[in-house]
Design a protein around this ligand. Sequence first.
Ligand code: FE2
Length: 389
Amino acid sequence: MEMDICYGGVPSKIPQNSMGIRGYDYIEFYVGSAKQVAFWHAKALGLNIVAYQGPETGTRDRVSYLLSNKHNMKIMITSAIQPSTYDVQSFIHKHGDGVKRWCVEVVNVNETYSKAIKNGAVPVTKPYRLEDKDGFVEQAAIRLYDDTEINFINYDHYKGLFKPGFEEPFYNFEIRREESNLKIIDHIVGNVHVNEMDYWENYINRSLDFETFIFFGPGDISTKYSALLSKVVRSKDSVIQNPINEPFDAERQSQIEEYTQQYHGSGIQHVALATTNIIETVANLRANGIEFLDAPPKTYYDDIKRRSEERGGLVTEDIDELARLGILCDIEISSGGYLLQLFTKPIFDRPTFFYEIIQRRKGASGFGQGNFLALFEAIEREQARRGNL
Ligand code: FE2
């Protein structure tokens, strides 16, 4: 029986933070063809299309597919269907397919939004109400990196499927695939330009009353060729965790710099999805055709075996099985737990956005610091193939 909490903080109807944030709600992608990207999330990532908005439901300028599963982990995929759908068209024209916004569920949208603005957040959308026969949903948005947003949302007074404008999907196909059993969004990572990390750290901490949890300075994260700086900001109850990366000078182009060049701006680099059985999840995602970064060499796993044994057999998973699936393992000195994780290759055409699959074991609270070298060397092999290293 799996007894671990699978993420840093437990989302709660009664928040333990000053902003009334209950937890991550959903991320929304703006893409060229929502139908195709929704299909990928269903067929490969193992989610179900549960709600749809488009011309059939009275929305003339865009289509959105909401994907979810029995654990209520939500991802939305949106495309423009008119040249004049400016927010979507301008976003993908510049950035390609990517994450436009992440949404957090809050107790009171008006209160969270007013506090954020008073604390220095840049307003994007003032609180407003979407209504239909099933009640109402309230939303508001503040600015994040470049064209990215943070949305606040509340569904307490809504009994419908998702929110007004959405209906049962018309997209009816039979999906054969293996189940992924993804539980929740664990963390969301931003890549920003040189000298922007501190700005966004301060912005998020001030606006949302978050705190800086970890800081990786010059020399902490580097390979032979490239380097980066990273800070993790989080809500004080850890339900929201957001690492922010910035490129740092090195011999060759940093992977963060490759991102900001290819994305043409700062934005979301990856979203980590938590499972409570990473071996099963990754085996199934591989069977579904998802491409992951190359596995580290055998010596990496020999080292994990030795360190696990030194700690009385800390890692209870079969380490040969982890090696076979290419799953990384970070034994954390600070928490005494360990973190299992694996990264997909970029899921769109540009080398920008990717997913992380993560499992936190025995109280692990970090982000895989011990794996940075193995991970970044794997990313650099991909960068070199693209001619961007
Ligand atoms: Fe991550």
